[in-house]
Ligand binder design. Structure first.
Ligand code: ZN
Length: 162
């Protein structure tokens, strides 16, 4: 597989999104969660409920349920996979990088090298479609919100930039 060919790379990204959309990781309830947040993207009808168990400075466990387009569900799947067992600080850094990738690329100027983000680079594929950026950003916005404020309940894309 060649990474020099933009077409192949786009196809690879698409496959990651489709695969995570079909078989989302960490999908389900989390019985011993100590934080919950709900994410809504009214533009597309995406809805996520994310539950975490934060032990000290570590995201000990995370799960989500939801419905909506494949991109929102795949992004939530990729997000939970990426931050499970990570430190809260690392999760924040990851949010910053994904956010920069989505917003930067949407502005035509990639602020982050997608290759540095591993599998999460697949989300860069949606940045060419501005209406889809909110779908991809939803899970990440909800994650940041619940890490910033343990009492956070709902994040809506209409009231926050991607
Ligand atoms: Zn969507």
């Amino acid at each position: 597989m060649s990474f020099d060919d933009g077409g192949d790379l786009a196809e690879l990204y698409r496959e990651v999104i489709v695969e995570h959309g079909r078989k989302p990781r960490n999908f389900g309830e989390l019985a011993d969660a100590n934080r919950h947040v709900e994410g809504q993207n009214p533009l597309c009808g995406d809805h996520l409920e994310i539950a975490l168990r934060v032990d000290g400075d570590t995201i000990a466990d995370i799960a989500f349920t939801g419905s909506g387009c494949a991109i929102s569900q795949a992004s939530a799947s990729l997000m939970t996979e990426a931050v499970k067992h990570a430190s809260v600080a690392d999760a924040r850094t990851l949010f910053d990088n994904v956010h920069a990738m989505l917003v930067g690329a949407a502005g035509g100027d990639a602020a982050v090298d997608p290759a540095a983000l591993g599998k999460l680079a697949a989300l860069s594929g949606v940045s060419r479609f501005p209406t889809r950026v909110k779908c991809a950003a939803l899970a990440w916005q909800a994650l940041r919100q619940v890490l910033d404020d343990a009492d956070a309940t709902t994040v809506t894309t209409e009231t926050s930039e991607p």
